[in-house]
Design a protein around this ligand. Structure first.
Ligand code: HEC
Length: 113
């Protein structure tokens, strides 16, 4: 086996190991909760109970089976926009992090309620 071939084989198996790790990574419950708390989402959202905003359980049910669920939720968590609370338009707010992995984790947490 020449060196180039060996390198290709090696990087191939490395990639497989890495993607396997991503697939098997479970939602980090503690980090999702912390990010919700730090971003003050609890003012309007609860996991199971509707408050000013819908419960995360309700949102998860609404998005179940939709192929673009992750994209839509991520957009909702990161891009400023207005929502209506008691007939008034208010800033929705966004997560207090720019860490893509933490945002993805929170979106997955919401969708798995
Ligand atoms: C001022 C109250 C308020 C705050 C603060 C708030 N939300 Fe919301 N959120 C709402 C309301 C109201 C809606 C419903 C909007 C609608 O149905 O158009 C909503 C909708 C959502 C949805 C569902 C979107 C959809 O398309 O169904 C998610 C997910 C969400 N919020 C997550 C969060 C997270 C995470 C935070 C913290 C960064 C947060 N919200 C902060 C009021 C709030």
């Amino acid at each position: 086996m020449n060196l180039k071939k060996a390198a290709i084989l090696l990087s191939g198996s490395l990639l497989m190991t890495l993607s396997g790790a991503v697939v098997h990574a479970a939602v980090d419950e503690a980090d999702a909760q912390k990010l919700l708390k730090d971003s003050q989402c609890g003012k309007c959202h609860d996991e199971k109970r509707n408050k000013k905003g819908p419960s995360f359980k309700k949102t998860a049910a609404e998005y179940k089976g939709k192929p673009d669920a992750m994209a839509l939720i991520t957009k909702n968590l990161t891009e400023p926009h207005e929502v209506e609370v008691d007939g008034e338009k208010v800033e929705h707010g966004a997560v207090k992090t720019r860490d893509a992995a933490r945002i993805k984790n929170l979106a997955e947490w919401i969708l798995s309620r």
